[in-house]
Ligand binder design. Structure first.
Ligand code: GLN
Length: 317
C-alpha cells in the first residue's frame, strides 16, 4: 500500500499496482482498436496491440504495468520539452509569436493560420511547435544536442536517442509540415531556414522513450519545476503553472475539452500513442497504446487515464 497525499483531497491510501492491473484488464477490449499513425510511414509498422502504463511519484517510486520497457516514438509529447527550452530562452516575449488558446482544429490544420496572420493558436499544434523549434534553434548552437541532454537528464537515462529512420520517414512524407512552416515564414514568424526548423522538429518528434522514461521526464512539472532526484531547479514555478495550463487546454488538440471532462488532468499526447498526464504535487501518469482515435489521441490510453482518475480520485478538479 502506498500512501499518496493529494493537495486536492484527503490523503488516500492507494494500491497503485493493483489500480494499474485493474485498468489494464478493463481496457483490454480497446487495445488494438483505433489506427496507428500510418501517415508517418515508419510508424505504420508499429503493432497496435501494445499497452503500457507507468506512474512516477514525488516520493521516488515507479510503478509499471504492461509493455513498459518498449521504446516508442513520443511525437508531439516532445513539444512540452521544447516549450521548456524556448521559455527559458525567451521568457514571456515568446507569447508575441505564439498564442495560448485551444485551436479547436486538428493539430496539423492550416486554416486558422492565414486568418490569424501567422500567429499559431498555441505551442502544441504543429504550427506553434514550428515557432517554438525556431526559437530554440535561434538560441542554441546545437539544438538537437541541447534537447537530447535536457530529456536525458530529466529522464535520468543517457541512452535516450532520436530515431533517425522515423525522422527521415516523417520528413519524406511531411508535406503538411512543410506547408505550415513555409506559411509561417511568409509572415516572418520563422527566423531560420524552413529546412533547418523542420529538421529539428522531425528529430524532436522522433525521440524514442519508454513509459518509465516519460514518467520521470515530466516529474518536475508535478513538482513546481524542481527535479525530484537532485533537488535542482529545472524551470521557474510560474512557468510550470503555464505549461500545465497549456497542457490542460491544448495538450490533446481538439479533444482537449473532452479530455478535461473525462480525465481532468493536464496532459500531452502524441501520434506515437503516448499520453503523459501530470497530477500536480503528486505524480506523473503515462500510458502508451499505438491505436489512435480520429483526433489523433491513443484510444485505449485516453480510456485508461479516465479510469485512473475515476478509481483514484486524483484529478485537479
Ligand atoms: N510529428 C507529428 C506531426 O507533425 C506530430 C503530431 C502529433 O503527435 N500529434 O504530424
Amino acid at each position: 500500500m502506498t500512501p499518496i497525499r493529494s493537495q486536492y483531497g484527503s490523503s488516500a491510501d492507494l494500491d497503485i499496482p493493483k489500480v494499474l492491473a485493474r485498468i489494464h484488464e478493463e481496457v483490454r477490449p480497446l487495445i488494438g482498436q483505433g489506427k496507428v499513425a500510418s501517415y508517418i510511414p515508419r510508424l505504420a509498422c508499429v503493432p497496435a496491440n501494445r499497452f503500457g502504463m507507468a506512474v512516477a511519484t514525488l516520493d521516488g517510486a515507479l510503478y509499471t504495468e504492461g509493455d513498459t520497457d518498449e521504446l516508442f516514438s513520443i511525437q508531439s509529447i516532445s513539444k512540452v520539452f521544447t516549450l521548456n527550452l524556448a521559455l527559458e530562452a525567451l521568457g514571456s516575449d515568446l507569447w508575441k509569436r505564439v498564442g495560448r488558446e485551444p485551436s479547436g482544429n486538428a493539430f496539423n490544420s492550416l486554416v486558422q493560420l492565414e486568418r490569424e496572420r501567422g500567429i499559431p493558436r498555441n505551442p502544441f499544434i504543429n504550427a506553434g511547435a514550428h515557432v517554438i523549434a525556431d526559437v530554440v534553434l535561434s538560441h542554441t548552437s546545437n539544438a538537437r544536442q541541447k534537447l537530447l541532454e535536457f530529456v536525458r537528464d530529466r529522464a535520468d537515462n543517457q541512452a535516450i536517442i532520436m530515431d533517425e529512420e522515423v525522422a527521415i520517414s516523417e520528413r519524406d512524407a511531411g508535406f503538411r509540415n512543410f506547408a505550415l512552416a513555409n506559411f509561417l515564414r511568409s509572415f516572418n514568424n520563422i527566423e531560420n531556414k524552413v529546412d533547418d526548423v523542420l529538421d529539428f522538429y522531425f528529430h524532436q518528434c522522433a525521440l524514442q522513450m519508454s513509459c518509465a522514461d516519460l514518467a520521470h521526464a515530466f516529474l518536475h512539472l508535478a513538482n513546481g519545476g524542481i527535479c525530484q532526484r537532485s533537488g535542482e531547479s529545472v524551470i521557474k514555478p510560474d512557468r510550470v503553472k503555464r505549461i500545465n495550463a497549456l497542457m490542460m487546454t491544448c495538450g490533446t488538440y481538439d479533444a482537449a475539452g473532452e479530455f478535461a471532462f473525462r480525465v481532468g488532468l493536464p496532459a500531452k499526447s502524441g501520434v506515437g500513442g503516448g499520453i503523459v498526464a501530470v497530477v500536480p504535487s503528486v505524480m506523473t501518469v503515462v500510458v502508451w497504446s499505438p491505436g489512435l482515435d480520429e483526433k489523433g489521441n491513443s484510444l485505449a490510453g485516453a480510456a485508461a487515464l479516465g479510469r485512473f482518475t475515476e478509481l483514484t480520485g486524483l484529478s485537479i478538479f
